[in-house]
Design a protein around this ligand. Structure first.
Ligand SMILES: *[C@@H]1O[C@H](CO)[C@@H](O)[C@H](O)[C@H]1NC(C)=O
Ligand SMILES: *[C@@H]1O[C@H](CO)[C@@H](O)[C@H](O)[C@H]1NC(C)=O
Ligand SMILES: *[C@@H]1O[C@H](CO)[C@@H](O)[C@H](O)[C@H]1NC(C)=O
Ligand SMILES: *[C@@H]1O[C@H](CO)[C@@H](O)[C@H](O)[C@H]1NC(C)=O
Length: 430
């Protein structure tokens, strides 16, 4: 089963444990603690106690990529493409790299976009609730671990490494600060089940750099090869505006552009989870930059169709990773990377169909509000094993080989949305 009831307990500061129906068997699983729910308590005293013993991990590796050796994505919130493009700071970064001007969010609101970027689907989520993805759902973290490529998340103002609570507010003024819904790793049991993996979900602080894990890892030359960076609810424009977000990015990323401890054949993706106006198409501002982007491409625009699954496809192409057998399989690889990895960048078969997709509402699956959707996870499509030269992760095949669940992934570029849902996944009317 999937878990939503936990939210209430977590808010009350109780580390409620609901047994997971799929039994993890991996050797590193702790026999003594259920790590998935060890750190959900949010009361200040519980957080202080947990922080005293929670582990922090900073693995590193040097697995050569075909185009880049390090991948960093930095996510902002709820801004229309044109608005971000007009911001002087976001525009400053666009001038240092490649502007992607046909990049779309996959739905609304936030959380489904975040989980999509690591799991290859949002499983019909149409809300920002406290969820746990089942242990049998694999993510990019399994793909990276498979090739021993180090990864970490850096979440601004997360109180300690591996915190699993729904939110953590600014302790001085009570303002929104860190939120679980913007942390795509902690939501999946396949990550949260392991203390060592939880310990790779760390913090970042611009106000207290002496206690910022990002800055500690940077100084110690212990940044990983794959990282996901989430500014807090003020810095990412969620509770503020694009000007605040742009100025945060200038402060944070500006100095890193010339820091050899950060720039090590590094590709940085600056992106947004979704646009702001739901009636518009969900187009978001995205830029690729870093020392892995050739100088002659600085200030250029790439107009191919991309979405949050392109983030998976690009990392897979670069490091020759297997796939998850979901929407990642058909997604476009960023064209300058594709040119060097032999990936084909495709266009929608029909321009009219493309324009008819808004990606502004969710099709209805296991995480849809009120159980009004299909309550089965779609199975990865195991027939996509080897599709366009890329195998599916062995573990995914093993887990799902006997599954009778339907699948809707076809390897096509064309991506459904709530107005054009996959068959069997339309919202159930009351
Ligand atoms: C994955 O877990 C869910 C929830 O427990 C279950 O419905 C589904 O059948 C499982 N699938 C496989 C292949 O184990
Ligand atoms: C960041 O996380 C570390 C490790 O858990 C913790 O010691 C530190 O106090 C945290 N920093 C802030 C500013 O909360
Ligand atoms: C968010 O981060 C900024 C600095 O990046 C800081 O000024 C602010 O206090 C943090 N938290 C809140 C709730 O604003
Ligand atoms: C999505 O956009 C269409 C076209 O503007 C609009 O009719 C529809 O109401 C929007 N859906 C949501 C959930 O806002």
């Amino acid at each position: 089963m999937f878990f939503k009831t936990l939210a209430v307990a977590a808010l009350a500061g109780v580390a409620a444990a609901k047994p997971c129906s799929t039994k993890p068997t991996a050797a590193s699983a702790s026999p003594t603690r259920q790590w998935e729910t060890a750190y959900t308590a949010t009361a200040a005293s519980d957080v202080a106690a947990a922080k005293a013993t929670a582990k922090t991990n900073s693995p590193t590796s040097h697995v050569k990529g075909k185009v880049f050796d390090r991948y960093v994505s930095i996510w902002f919130e709820n801004t229309n493409f044109e608005k971000a493009k007009a911001d002087p700071n976001f525009n400053f970064f666009a001038q240092q790299g490649i502007l992607l001007d046909h990049f779309f969010g996959v739905t609304h609101p936030s959380e489904p976009n975040y989980i999509a970027s690591v799991a290859g689907d949002y499983f019909g989520m149409n809300n920002d609730d406290f969820w746990r993805g089942d242990f049998n759902v694999s993510t990019v973290f399994d793909l990276l671990d498979h090739k021993k490529i180090s990864w970490s998340l850096y979440q601004e103002d997360m109180p300690f490494s591996g915190f699993e609570g729904k939110a953590w507010v600014n302790q001085k003024n009570g303002a929104n600060d860190y939120v679980r819904k913007h942390n795509p790793a902690v939501i999946f049991d396949k990550v949260a089940h392991y203390e060592d993996k939880l310990a790779q979900i760390k913090n970042l602080s611009l106000t207290d750099p002496a206690h910022s894990q990002f800055h500690a890892d940077l100084a110690a030359d212990k940044l990983p090869q794959w990282m996901f960076i989430t500014p807090n609810m003020t810095s990412d424009a969620h509770d503020t505006d694009v000007t605040t977000a742009g100025s945060w990015l200038r402060t944070f990323l500006g100095p890193l552009l010339s820091d050899p401890k950060f720039m090590q054949n590094t590709l940085v993706l600056i992106t947004f989870d979704e646009n702001e106006v739901y009636a518009d198409r969900n187009q978001i501002f995205s830029v690729l930059l870093g020392d892995a982007v050739p100088a002659e491409l600085h200030g250029t625009t790439d107009s191919h169709y991309y979405n949050h699954y392109s983030e998976l496809a690009t990392v897979q192409a670069n490091w020759d990773l297997p796939t998850l057998g979901r929407w990642d399989v058909g997604a476009n690889v960023y064209s300058y990377v594709a040119a060097k990895t032999g990936s084909q960048v495709r266009a929608w078969a029909s321009e009219a169909e493309f324009n008819g997709h808004y990606w502004n509402a969710s099709y209805a699956g296991v995480f849809y509000d009120g159980g009004k959707g299909n309550t089965e996870y779609p199975a990865p499509n195991l027939e996509l094993d080897g599709f366009r030269g890329r195998p599916i992760l062995e573990e995914v095949k093993k887990t799902w080989k006997d599954s009778k669940n339907p699948t809707y992934y076809t390897g096509a570029l064309e991506l459904p949305d709530g107005m054009n849902p996959p068959k069997g996944y339309a919202p159930i009317k009351a």
